[in-house]
Design a protein around this ligand. Structure first.
Ligand code: GLN
Length: 482
């Protein structure tokens, strides 16, 4: 039996399963076949689970019994920093290479209840630090559109797996763009939910005040289905809130300007800065026109503090990373290397277990948090973070959505930026603001550019008010004609 994986969506698959056009075992097997064929070139997966077909069998029983939900029997890949009980969760680090999760992350517990079939764990930049999945301790993930290019990062494995039909959907995590940037590079959809909309319990922490788990999918409707399944308050994560219905906006702002179609704001002067690829610019202008043609009102907005977003993001990122990484002490988790004495065990284990980018961030983060510099860097960055948030809240007094490109360029070559951390960090210019402000942001494919004879995807990023994922889904579906 052949299933048309190229045109499959979660809704279509659920219908096919319900009608008996195929079983979850057959559907899962189709993806496993695709993995066997393609993952040698792409390396999206760190592990394909041996018990995948067993979960598919269990799902098939539920479907037969008539107790299936919209995600029962749907194959999904999981980023390697999200805990699934009794499975390895390595965060693509040697430090956790053999670490087996002792419990399920809240999102996993929720998806298990739904009867989702977990196919495997996907490659990523070590501990979610990077922008290309080149920082994995276990090899680079290649872009399915052109394998000499990066898939993006840090959820590069998840995005590449969805883009190459090696899963129907995936979970990623987003600290500064790690769902949206690889989604953009691979031509798929990625959602970074409102901060607190989705529980972080069981997500290996990178930057606790930025991290969010979210879906990577082929369509906006699929992202919505997964978001609705994983969102919600969780007593195990005190930062969680109810989100997504557009009514429970967390700020004082109204959930919508009262018009039928959302009003789209464009931060014109922010976009006029240098460094944006002309093809990306052109595609963004076409997207703006498309919104206009569909009857959306476009308004120019100002986000003056955005010019500080990158330095602020990286100061806070390094600071929180240095603190979060302290738990890898060679005693509680992961790798243990014997040194001369117990303090030396600590040094030797961290030296052997952590990659260059992680060590760089621990060093810089420790520096910005040190007593002589704390005020000058960490505190100042936090103050500017509030200014950036205020700019966005002000803009949302007159618009419902803010549109920008997701990334300033299309997927770059493997190795092109790996030795230049600043060039890599500059890739995050449009994505970090959603994490600094806690706002929800969606990346959708909006066009392609020809680079060296190959067609590469371009992404459009839409940001909405806190708690207003609903408007993002609405506009995203409208834009893509779903
Ligand atoms: N590229 C950004 C960074 O390296 C974002 C990473 C992420 O979202 N996990 O910090």
């Amino acid at each position: 039996m052949t299933i048309d994986l190229k045109n499959l969506t979660i809704a279509k698959a659920a219908e096919g399963l319900k009608k008996g056009s195929f079983t979850s075992v057959q559907l899962t097997q189709a993806y496993l076949d695709e993995i066997a064929k393609r993952d040698g070139d792409i390396h999206a997966y760190l592990e394909v689970f041996a018990d995948t077909l067993q979960s598919a069998e269990a799902a098939d029983i539920r479907i037969k019994n008539g107790t299936a939900g919209p995600l029962t029997g749907i194959p999904m890949a999981i980023k390697d920093n999200i805990l699934i009980q009794d499975k390895i969760a390595s965060s693509a680090s040697k430090m956790l290479e053999k670490y087996k999760a002792t419990y399920d992350a809240t999102v996993i517990a929720k998806l298990k209840k739904e009867g989702v079939v977990f196919i495997g764990r996907t490659n990523m930049d070590e501990f979610a630090m990077g922008g290309s999945t080149e920082n994995s301790a276990f090899g680079v993930t290649h872009n399915p559109h052109e394998t000499s290019r990066v898939a993006g990062g840090t959820s590069g494995g998840s995005a590449a797996a969805v883009a190459s039909n090696m899963t129907l959907a995936a979970l990623g995590s987003d600290t500064g763009g790690s769902i949206r940037q690889p989604a953009s590079f691979c031509g798929v959809v990625g959602l970074k939910p409102t901060y607190g909309a989705v529980s972080r319990y069981g997500l290996i922490a990178a930057v606790s005040s930025f991290d969010q788990i979210g879906p990577v999918t082929r369509t906006v409707a699929d992202a919505e289905i997964i978001f609705n399944a994983i969102k919600g308050r969780d007593t195990k994560d005190g930062t969680t809130i109810e989100s997504g219905d557009g009514k429970t906006a967390v700020t004082y702002l109204p959930s919508r300007m009262g018009k039928k179609k959302p009003i789209v704001g464009i931060p014109r002067s922010f976009l006029s800065m240098g460094g944006i690829d002309p093809d990306v610019k052109k595609s963004f202008e076409e997207s703006e026109k498309r919104f206009k043609d569909m009857g959306y009102e476009i308004r120019d907005i100002e986000l003056p503090s955005n010019q500080y977003a990158l330095p602020v993001y990286y100061i806070l990122n390094f600071a929180e990373v240095s603190s979060n990484m302290a738990r890898f002490d060679a005693v509680k988790y992961g790798l243990h290397v014997n040194g001369k004495d117990s303090i030396d065990d600590y040094f030797e284990s961290r030296r052997a277990g952590l990659g260059k980018e992680v060590i760089r961030r621990i060093l810089l983060g420790t520096y910005v948090l040190s007593s002589g510099y704390y005020d000058a860097y960490y505190n100042r960055a936090n103050a500017v973070r509030s200014m950036i948030t205020d700019d966005f809240l002000k803009a949302f007094e007159s618009v419902d959505i803010i549109a920008t490109p997701t990334t300033p360029s299309t997927a770059f070559k493997i190795g092109e930026k790996a030795s230049d951390p600043v060039a890599m960090y500059l890739e995050d210019i449009f994505t970090v603001t959603a994490n600094l402000t806690g706002l929800p942001a969606l990346s959708i494919p909006c066009g392609t550019a020809i680079k060296e004879g190959k067609s590469l995807p371009i992404g459009l990023q839409l940001t909405a008010r806190h708690g207003d994922e609903k408007t993002l889904f609405e506009a995203g579906k409208d834009f893509l004609g779903e």
